[in-house]
Design a binder for this molecule. Structure first.
Ligand SMILES: [Zn+2]
Length: 315
């Protein structure tokens, strides 16, 4: 962390004040003793001597977490009021970065429990803060969306399901958007990168909700999807067994379907439970999406669009 109280109770702040002397410092949250560390590899920071009683720091921070917080602080500071490690008294929470008194940026570098994510997100919202979760390298979206990653998804009519990632090594913020899942369970999406300190940070976070041209991409589909499904059923993949079960109830069988029956192969993300960061009702989007492709003449290829597109093409 970058801030600590000195012996006089004064907050000393390493990102603002470069002249912090050696001495005794205390955590602003738990009052535990912290040590000022100035090393070669990590930038100057405070670390707890003992972590047993701190609700903010369960572990001493990684270089990635420290560097990303410092980078976001410098970036936001160019145009906005910003605090790093902002203590929010009504919440018992410390926001990694608080911009314009209302927008909390949480830099998440290690996995956390779903319960904890829900709790923290709801606490922010109920107190009138907007929270934007930014994912460090361990949590980046790779081939498939994990159940935890689904809870970091946001949604807009222009950019669909999207999430934010931070790349400490390359010094950039990345937006993955129009995230869909295909029948293999793999994620398909497009991405945009923003170099640190280029442009206004809050403008970038507003981008998914701004007026813009519709986004689209050509989906990767499996021409041999029937073979894939046969295999999944043969190996008793639980997801496909369940789908087959549903088919049986309708008097159908997955094995007798043709490739066209599985069109469109690439679909909006679904989850068995509500998404943590999304409050809109998505049912119209899901319906309009399927309705659009049902009318398609050519079922050999698929282009996916922003959700707004499917609403406009109802007739
Ligand atoms: Zn502490």
């Amino acid at each position: 962390m970058f801030s600590a109280r000195d012996k006089n109770g004064q907050i000393r702040h390493l990102l603002v004040d470069t002249q912090v002397p050696k001495g005794e410092y205390f955590c602003p949250v738990c009052n535990g003793l912290v040590r000022l560390k100035k090393g070669e590899i990590m930038q100057p920071h405070f670390a707890h001597v003992s972590l047993s009683n701190c609700y903010y720091h369960f572990e001493n921070e990684s270089k990635e977490h420290l560097n990303l917080k410092a980078a976001l602080f410098r970036w936001a500071k160019k145009n906005e009021k910003v605090e790093v490690e902002a203590i929010i008294p009504e919440l018992d929470q410390v926001a990694d970065i608080l911009v314009a008194d209302r927008i909390a940026l949480e830099v998440q570098c290690s996995p956390l429990s779903k319960t904890r994510l829900w709790q923290r997100t709801k606490q922010y919202q109920q107190a009138g803060y907007q929270v934007i979760w930014l994912l460090g390298e361990k949590l980046w979206l790779k081939k498939t969306l994990t159940p935890l990653q689904k809870h970091f998804l946001y949604f807009s009519q222009n950019m669909g399901f999207h999430l934010w990632e931070l790349d400490e090594k390359r010094s950039l913020l990345r937006l993955k958007y129009l995230i869909h899942e295909d029948l293999h369970g793999q994620a398909q999406y497009i991405e945009k990168e923003f170099a640190f300190e280029e442009g206004e940070l809050l403008d970038i976070f507003r981008l998914p909700f701004q007026k813009q041209l519709l986004a689209s991409f050509s989906a990767k589909t499996d021409t041999n999807i029937c073979h894939y499904i046969r295999q999944q059923l043969y190996y008793q993949n639980p997801k496909w067994m369940k789908r087959q079960e549903t088919c049986y109830q309708k008097g159908e069988n997955l094995l007798s379907k043709s490739a066209d029956d599985f069109y469109p192969q690439v679909r909006p993300v679904r989850a068995d439970e509500p998404f943590c960061q999304i409050y809109q009702d998505l049912s119209a989007y899901y319906e309009n999406f399927l309705r659009y492709y049902q009318k398609a003449q050519n079922k050999k290829s698929q282009i996916v669009y922003s959700p707004a597109f499917y609403t406009r093409n109802l007739h």
